[in-house]
Design a protein around this ligand. Structure first.
Ligand code: ADP
Length: 858
């Protein structure tokens, strides 16, 4: 049986205690006993010697040794008496009890002796082989008759003390054993229930609440057991509740988890979740299907390794701009396209919320938009085709109507009898009707253009030309474009622009389109007073507002005006003309620039249409005042007046539409040009080779061979490359046209006036004055200027340094060299170029920086 610790400790304590008690009591009582016995021995000895001394006076005088001997012998039986001897006055031993002889040490002791002593003398004496003795002597007749010596044996004292001590120890041991037995019983009485309690507590610790503890005693242990028992019941109850709650929560969690898994599994969109380090933590089957991943488990892998840079960058950007929702178009497997929408997920690292370092994960939803893109493309293509099909006849209708009107006004109407009222009325009616046809035709053209514009914007097919813009220029040009409208309605334009506004980045033409639309709307819906164009600065954007005091818009309509084809208010009566597409187009343009557009209006009091444009970092593109440069160029290349020679020039009109060809023929022949026709690109090339016309007017979309292809052929043939080509098309691909080397790009419907002006300019430039050599070390500046000049019909050769300039100057033989003034000043070789042979007739234009004036040094 295992001895309980308590018992062990109690026993150990008891042993220690008893050992101390036994040792201390034995020592103390032994010493006491010894002391008492020695005293007793002394007094006993004294009594014996005194008695012998008293009784042996006579015997001594009689020298009766044998009587003396028998007297002392009887004292020898007394306990403790070791020896007795009697000496006479001459120190001779008369009787003694030593057997066989008196020890010599005693004799010496006697000789040193106590002869003169008249009292009892007590001495310590050590006798060899006999031990320690207390020698007590007593004089007989005051020493006259001799002395009696009794030796009390000290070893008897020691033996007695030893015996007594042993007895005492035996007693202590007996008590000790009794105490141990009692302790054992008592400790057992305590430790047994304690052990029971311990075992019970251990079972509770192991969450075994089924057993109970059987301690019935009324003492503290019993109380403890009872408390433990009720505590166990409480605990058991709490655990039951807790287990129930945990099991409920777990079931709930499992249900919602499987629900979530089902959602993820059946989600049509792909889902990808990455952790802050860009590792994939979650994905769904739709995503695997989108990227052709099969059954591959990609969790834990790097997003960039599985999906490439695009998606990984989107995830990183999302984490950095955690408040924003980012989108991107992503290439999927099998040539499909997806739209990824990414949001940041905040994740707390510690559950407790202390020390909460938040890290961002990204959740990316990807939708397969291949079909949408295809539909979008089809829609845009459809719209392009429809508008082409509509615009071509419309061009004829408008062109011919204008021709008829002109012919009527110039030739027929003057001949009509002014006196004939009926005829005059008919003339007026015909004029009015023709005006209506022209106005409606133009409205239809605007509508078609708007529809095409918005479709292209929505399909992301617009080429944006982002450049630095001076806001004043934007406002002035927009107001200039709408000045006629202001005059017609007698409204006053007011400009309020904050001073020193920074430049913004944007597509100038598109932003002018927005402002013109807002201004013309303001004029359209305002009958008197003024329209204000206000520009103000915010910390991160510019706000441009157009404020009118017109009819205003009802609050419920304000949000609708930016919807397509929405014309709000009373659309039946007194409605100004419009398409309802202007503001949606504005919205697209502004949003593309990262800005917003909004309206504040009160019905009957007026409206304020505003848009904001973000102030972004402006790339270091040198600003060249293009207007000044173009004026200078025009000054040098002024169109000649229509001379007889010019009028004999031959123009080839290339268009698959016979009506358009006819219209152009009539327009141009009226100006005195000779006209030849071709119905497609192929025929055009043949005709050009045969006729060598002075100018070609070319449509783009034609059967057999397109206009662009024909231009490419003609501009690459040395025989025909010098012939100016004017593209006249509904296609808006100026970039491509100028890249191919066309001289002008005009859009249908035909603006006869502009066409005639450009034709005369090109013909007057002839074949010689058109090549421009453009020199600047700044590639972006060269590119921008080249683009503008190409659009104006110049043949531009770009050069980036002075060395190349020398080579090109002689090989290209330009008519004009436009160079950066700094380069000119810094490079001697450029300066000397002017004086080289063959450069005499070359016009040099130097471009100085913004603040210096341009100088012409030719
Ligand atoms: P629309 O070519 O018809 O003018 P918009 O998209 O430019 O097309 O304008 C949509 C509608 O918004 C207009 O028809 C008109 O009802 C309303 N609207 C636009 N500007 C103003 C304004 N300045 N004042 C009152 N109503 C306006």
């Amino acid at each position: 049986m295992k001895t309980s610790k308590l018992l062990q400790k109690t026993l150990l304590g008891e042993i220690l205690l008893f050992a101390i008690i036994a040792a201390s009591t034995s020592i103390v009582s032994g010493l006491n006993l010894k002391k008492h016995m020695l005293e007793e021995f002394e007094s006993k000895g004294k009594a014996i010697v005194n008695s012998i001394a008293n009784s042996s006076v006579e015997v001594l005088f009689n020298r009766d040794a044998s009587t003396l001997q028998s007297t002392i012998d009887q004292f020898l039986n007394i306990k403790g008496v070791g020896y007795i001897f009697v000496i006479d006055d001459r120190d001779e031993i008369i009787a003694h009890t030593f057997v066989p002889t008196i020890p010599p040490e005693l004799l010496e002791h006697i000789n040193e002796g106590h002869r003169k002593d008249t009292k009892n003398v007590i001495d310590e004496i050590h006798l060899l082989n006999r031990g320690e003795f207390i020698d007590i002597s007593s004089p007989i007749l005051a020493g006259v008759a001799g002395y009696v010596h009794v030796g009390m044996d000290k070893s008897a004292v020691a033996a007695h003390v030893k015996e007594a001590t042993l007895q005492q120890l035996a007693l202590v041991l007996a008590i000790f054993l009794l105490a141990v037995a009692i302790a054992y019983i008592r400790v057992n009485q305590i430790s047994k229930p304690l052990n029971q309690l311990t075992e019970y507590a251990q079972r509770l610790k192991a969450r075994d609440f089924s057993t109970s503890v059987k301690i019935q005693s009324k003492d503290e242990i019993g109380l403890l057991a009872q408390t433990l028992q009720s505590m166990s019941e409480e605990l058991s109850h709490s655990f039951d509740n807790l287990e129930q709650a945990v099991s409920d929560a777990t079931t709930e969690l499992l249900v919602s988890n499987s629900y979530l898994r089902a959602i993820l599994k059946n989600l049509a969109d792909g889902l990808l979740v990455t952790d802050p380090q860009g590792r994939i933590t979650q994905f769904n089957p739709a995503l695997a299907e989108m990227f052709d991943l099969g059954k591959l488990d990609i969790r834990g892998q790097l997003c960039s390794e599985i999906f490439g840079r695009e998606l990984a960058e989107l995830a990183t950007q999302t984490q950095q701009q955690s408040t924003e929702v980012l989108t991107a178009e992503i290439a999927l497997a099998r040539n499909r396209v997806g739209k990824a929408v990414s949001t940041a997920i905040e994740q707390e690292l510690t559950m407790s919320g202390e020390n909460d370092t938040e890290q961002m994960s990204s959740a990316i939803l990807i939708r397969d938009i291949t079909a949408e893109k295809e539909i979008d493309r089809m829609k845009t293509d459809f719209l392009s085709t429809v508008s082409h099909e509509l615009r071509t006849p419309l061009t004829s209708v408008l062109g011919f109507t204008k021709l008829i009107k002109k012919k009527l006004e110039d030739t027929l109407f003057p001949n009509i009898d002014t006196g004939n009222k009926k005829q005059q009325r008919a003339v007026k009616q015909v004029s009015n009707n023709l005006n209506i046809i022209v106005a409606e035709g133009e409205r239809l053209t605007t509508l078609i253009n708007d529809v095409l514009d918005i479709a292209k914007m929505e399909a992301g097919r617009v080429d944006w030309k982002i450049e630095p813009i001076i806001i004043e220029e934007l406002v002035n040009r927009s107001l200039a474009a709408t000045s006629v409208l202001f005059q017609q309605k007698g409204l006053e334009p007011i400009i309020e622009i904050e001073p020193e506004l920074p430049e913004i980045m944007g597509d100038k033409d598109r932003l002018i389109q927005v402002l013109v639309n807002l201004l013309s709307n303001a004029v359209k819906f305002t009958d008197e007073g003024s329209v204000t164009c206000r520009v103000g600065r915010n910390p991160e954007s510019l706000t441009i507002s157009v404020v009118d005091g017109g009819i205003g818009i009802a609050p419920e309509d304000c949000s609708q005006v930016f919807e397509k084809f929405k014309q709000v208010g009373d659309t039946l009566t007194d409605k100004p003309q419009g398409t309802g597409l202007g503001l949606p187009i504005c919205k697209q343009i502004i949003e593309h620039h990262g800005g917003t557009i909004w309206v504040e209006s009160t019905l009957g009091e007026g409206s304020t249409f505003s848009f904001s444009l973000p102030l972004s970092e402006i790339a270091e593109v040198p600003t060249i005042n293009l207007d000044t440069l173009l004026t200078q160029l025009n000054h040098h290349v002024r169109p000649a007046a229509l001379t007889d020679e010019l009028q004999k020039k031959c123009i080839l009109v290339v268009d698959d539409d016979a009506h358009i060809r006819e219209l152009l023929r009539q327009e141009l022949e009226a100006q005195g040009y000779q006209i030849r026709e071709a119905k497609d690109g192929l025929e055009a090339i043949q005709q050009v080779k045969a006729l060598q016309p002075d100018l070609i007017i070319m449509d783009v979309m034609m059967p057999q061979m397109s206009g662009f292809d024909a231009v490419a052929v003609l501009k690459n043939d040395p025989q025909t490359m010098e012939i100016p080509i004017v593209i006249l098309s509904i296609m808006e691909d100026k970039e491509r046209g100028y890249r191919l080397g066309v001289d002008r790009y005009l859009q249908k419907p035909i603006n006869a006036e502009m066409l005639l002006q450009e034709i005369s300019l090109l013909l007057s430039q002839g074949k010689s004055r058109r090549k421009v050599l453009l020199v600047d070390e700044d590639a972006s500046a060269v590119r921008m200027l080249a683009q503008v000049l190409q659009e104006r019909g110049y043949n531009v050769v770009e050069v980036l340094d002075s060395k190349e300039l020398w080579v090109k100057a002689f090989s290209v033989q330009p008519d004009l060299i436009i160079a950066n003034a700094n380069l000119w000043q810094q490079s001697e070789s450029v300066k000397t170029l002017r004086f080289e042979k063959g450069m005499e007739n070359v016009l040099f234009i130097l471009l100085a920086d913004e603040h210096n004036d341009e100088s012409d040094c030719s």
